[in-house]
Write a protein that binds this ligand. Structure first.
Ligand code: HEM
Length: 143
């Protein structure tokens, strides 16, 4: 997945809007993930509360957005930025890579809800490409 210089610029620009609410946005995106795609709950079966508003799900979503923030900062080499996480998801957690696309989807929905009119078709496209890149990188270590 190749992002143009303009795509990268748009992702970086919108991240400055997202960053102050990153924890909240991540929590909502993960809550949407387990509500809309309940099969994803199996990965979080060790969490006591698996409702979309669960504090554990929210806290975990905040961690996920923290990693997205790192990927935005290292957008020219996302592979290096997320290398450790890629290993964790492949070797330790064994998350089926199909799920990365599902999370990318619920993240886009959440971003559109938060950004409103600023979530223009161009911004949507840039984030779609960026999250597809993140999903590819997170799947890199699977054989
Ligand atoms: C853990 C990021 C997608 C399941 C983590 C952690 C981060 C992270 C930062 C914490 C690592 C640590 O504590 O050292 C991401 C990113 C994703 C993604 C950036 C994609 C954009 C997914 C998906 C699933 C998943 C789609 C499953 C449906 C898990 C699980 C843990 C974890 C089960 C461990 C949770 C725990 O026991 O605390 N992920 N993740 N991740 N992730 Fe992901």
């Amino acid at each position: 997945m190749t992002l143009s210089a303009h795509d990268k610029e748009l992702v970086a620009k919108t991240w400055t809007k997202i960053a102050p609410k990153a924890a909240q946005i991540g929590g909502e995106a993960l809550g949407r993930l387990i509500a809309v795609f309940p099969q994803t709950k199996t990965y979080f079966s060790h969490f006591a509360d698996l409702s979309a508003s669960s504090p554990q799900i929210k806290a975990h979503g905040a961690k996920v957005l923290g990693a997205i923030g790192q990927a935005v900062s290292g957008i020219d080499n996302v592979s290096a930025s997320l290398s450790k996480l890629s290993e964790l998801h492949a070797y330790n957690l064994r998350v089926d890579p199909a799920n990365f696309k599902l999370l990318a989807h619920t993240l886009l929905v959440t971003l559109s809800a938060y950004l409103g009119a600023e979530f223009t078709p161009e911004v949507h496209l840039a984030w779609d490409k960026f999250l597809a890149l993140v999903a590819t990188v997170l799947s890199e270590k699977y054989r």
